[in-house]
Design a protein around this ligand. Structure first.
Ligand SMILES: [Zn+2]
Ligand SMILES: [Zn+2]
Ligand SMILES: [Zn+2]
Length: 215
């Protein structure tokens, strides 16, 4: 497949609604690259629960401040979700190495949006990310880390679940439909907009909301 271009322009990828790409020649790595969504979702929920439990039992969290830190961590996640999707997952393919990275991390999802085994990173990487987040937050936020980490990893789990639901289930006939319509704009209409998945908040603030089109 032609994923390497010699210009900075993104290679247009036609979404396929069947099948799956091979990402690695090594069969073990290839197997690892397919993940059941329940694993990373569970890992992040468990991380949030342990973090809350530890925070409360060690006197770092209580009452309203715990709620504030949780909501703050969740809010922080929505911003990181936007930034990572926009600037890491859609990094311009300016070199073969970058093109390979972009395709492995995210391009494969744009080419095979319905491959539900490629909607999250392998569990081993999820555990690594959760641990890394803990150390960063503990360093930056001190004892606030337990509440912030809980909110952040809850937001991450919600994002993973919402993204899975968008690609696997048909849209519901209620206000939650916005999740489906917003992300469909990103996949099928305008690649350079709608980077938020679990919320449209940062697309509104930063100005990457899809333009209204008549169809
Ligand atoms: Zn495979
Ligand atoms: Zn994308
Ligand atoms: Zn998607």
């Amino acid at each position: 497949m032609a994923i390497v271009s010699d210009t900075a322009a993104p290679t247009p990828v036609r979404p396929k609604h069947k099948g799956s790409a091979q990402l690695f020649k090594n069969p073990m790595l290839e197997r690892l690259s397919h993940t059941h969504i329940a694993l990373p979702v569970s890992i992040f929920i468990i991380t949030a629960l342990i973090s809350l439990y530890y925070g409360f039992t060690h006197g770092f969290l209580s009452g309203v401040s715990a709620l504030g830190l949780f909501v703050g961590g969740w809010f922080l996640f929505t911003f990181v979700e936007y930034l990572v999707h926009r600037y890491v997952y859609h990094i311009p393919a300016t070199s073969p190495g970058r093109a390979k990275f972009q395709y492995t991390m995210h391009g494969v999802h744009h080419e095979y949006p319905k491959d539900e085994t490629r909607l999250a990173m392998p569990p081993i990487i999820t555990v690594f990310v959760a641990s890394l987040l803990f150390f960063i937050f503990r360093f930056v936020f001190g004892t606030w880390a337990f509440g912030i980490l809980a909110g952040f990893t809850f937001g991450y789990a919600l994002y993973l679940f919402v993204h899975y639901a968008i690609h696997v289930y048909s849209p519901p006939k209620n206000f939650l439909k916005v999740w489906w319509t917003h992300h469909a704009q990103h996949h099928y209409r305008q690649d350079e907009v709608a980077f938020g998945v679990s919320s449209t908040l940062w697309d509104h603030i930063i100005g990457t909301m899809p333009t209204k089109r008549n169809d």
